[in-house]
Ligand binder design. Sequence first.
Ligand code: B4P
Length: 195
Amino acid sequence: MVHNVVIFGAPGSGKGTQSTLIAEKYGLKHLSTGDLLRAEVEKGSEIGKQIEALISQGNLVPDELIINMLSGVLNEDKQSAGFIFDGFPRTTGQAEALKTMLKDHGMDVGLVINLNVGQEELINRLLYRSISSGRTDDNYETIQHRIQVYHEKTAPVKHFYEREGCAREINGTGSLSEIFERICTTLDAVLLNKL
Ligand code: B4P
């Protein structure tokens, strides 16, 4: 059976960090739209330059671009036991598109993990990450803007999945292993019910 998980939360909530652990334990393919976009920027392509300008200002890239990118990856990969979507969907338009894309492949979203972390902690984590990340969007002004964009455009995605009945809240503070344990408890319960 194929299982698809969405990991959801504000910038710095630990989506990327926890996705790596989940992918390894459950054999899921980790799809990070942030990583896919940064890879495009690295290529130095024309589209990469446009993406870099948006990311470095803390803005989202257009839905159409992200959806096409994801659709290409889903079409290429037919072997996976399921995906962990990290950083996607970030708008309700993307959530609708994901639903349609997965349906076309006979799949759905089984679980949405919503990582809850307070604003002060988010900012501190991202400022700490800025010491080593080299990311143009890890600076105080851009972090604040990213959190604002999250509240305006991304937070409504949570209500989309609450309506779908697959959203679960997880306390995203504490050590990495404590948070991972909480996620595994929730994920195992959902998987057992589905078997
Ligand atoms: P992302 O790459 O998704 O970046 P993020 O939201 O900043 O990071 P994440 O929440 O994964 O944090 P992490 O685990 O690293 O997006 C970057 C940009 O790309 C977006 O702003 C947007 O412009 C664009 N983009 C991406 N997807 C898009 C989409 N679908 N549509 C449109 N645009 C899109 O954790 C952060 C830090 O905290 C790390 O340093 C980590 O070590 C630390 N940390 C994690 N857990 C911790 C814990 N428990 N305690 C202490 N520190 C912890």
